[in-house]
Write a protein that binds this ligand. Structure first.
Ligand code: CP
Ligand code: NVA
Length: 302
């Protein structure tokens, strides 16, 4: 049966470990200048309905580094669901390419592509989740702390797609996940309930201090995700008490890491001194998108 990466819940703990190990090997090899054409002759189609820097460049560069080729398709090229249905797009692409990566709005589109394509489909961000980001984040923590087990992640801000993917990880691996969000901005209720039922050590509150107290990692993301631009002014007001700044960081462990998936807005969800400060690993996270996604592509086609 073909594999997909629609959600981190598609992966078992041993598969997560295999992807992290492969990513570490590919990172070492690349740093040593050693070529690894593991996907020689393979083609990746990249469907984008939202903007991107990191996802676009890391998938495209990653595929080239693996000896393959990537085709970029913009919203204007495809018209997913308007010019052509996701089912027809998936069936056509499956006749030409070996892998499909999609960044879109409705998560249902990712699910439909995965169901209809005969080649693996990778979720490069939907309104519901962002699995590739959190895989890169986990790799970053493994490098920085030597382990994921037992780490306490405090997420301050919106219960958005990035949070939902962290909930998927907390359902699989022994980490603690604490979210502080304004009332009304909690994560997907179904996903939260299923992650907690699976035994995930997860707490959602509106009290920033409760979440950040003693944390190993303080994570934040934009207050307004792509597609929510109309709500931006209201969100800036609502989220103002949830900025990650030096005072908030001081509540965490002294050596706590600062994480952000980027792009960031200095002075909104995070202060410049914290984002650019010594505890920040945001560029390590961004770099690891490349290595972990290369590992995901190799693993999907294995
Ligand atoms: N973090 C992330 O996915 O960045 P892009 O939106 O630039 O791809
Ligand atoms: N939550 C953000 C993540 C961007 C990488 C968004 O969806 O816009």
């Amino acid at each position: 049966m073909k594999r997909d990466l629609v959600s981190i819940s598609d992966l078992e703990p041993d598969q997560l470990s295999a992807i992290f190990s492969l990513a570490q090997r590919l990172k070492r090899e690349r740093r040593a200048g050693q070529a690894h054409p593991l996907l020689s002759g393979k083609t990746l189609a990249m469907l984008f309905e939202k903007p991107s820097l990191r996802t676009r460049v890391t998938f495209e560069a990653g595929m080239v580094q693996l000896g393959g080729y990537a085709v970029y398709l913009s919203p204007a090229d495809i018209g997913l669901g308007t010019r052509e249905s996701p089912t027809d797009v998936a069936r056509n692409l499956s006749r030409w390419v070996d892998l499909i990566m999609v960044r879109t709005f409705a998560h249902q589109i990712v699910l439909e592509l995965a169901e209809q394509a005969t080649v693996p489909v990778i979720n490069g961000l939907s309104d519901l989740s962002h699995p590739c980001q959190i895989l890169a984040d986990c790799l970053t923590l493994i490098e920085q702390r030597g382990r994921l087990d037992g780490l306490r992640i405090a997420f301050v801000g919106d219960g958005n797609n990035v949070v939902n993917s962290w909930l998927n990880v907390a359902a699989k691996l022994p980490i603690s996940f604490r979210l502080a969000c304004p009332p009304g901005y909690e994560p997907d209720a179904e996903l939260l309930a299923s992650a907690q039922k699976a035994g995930g050590d997860i707490r959602v509150s509106h009290a920033l201090q409760d979440a950040v107290d003693g944390a190993d990692v303080v994570y934040t993301d934009v207050w307004t995700s792509m597609g929510q631009e109309d709500e931006s002014a209201a969100r800036q007001q609502t989220f103002a008490p949830y900025q990650v700044n030096a005072e908030v960081l001081a509540l965490a462990k002294p050596e706590a890491l600062v994480m952000h998936c980027l792009p960031a807005h200095r002075g909104q969800e995070i202060s410049a001194e914290v984002l650019d400060g010594p505890q920040s690993v945001v560029l390590e996270q961004a770099e690891n998108r490349l290595h972990v996604q290369k590992a995901v592509m190799v693993w999907l086609l294995d």
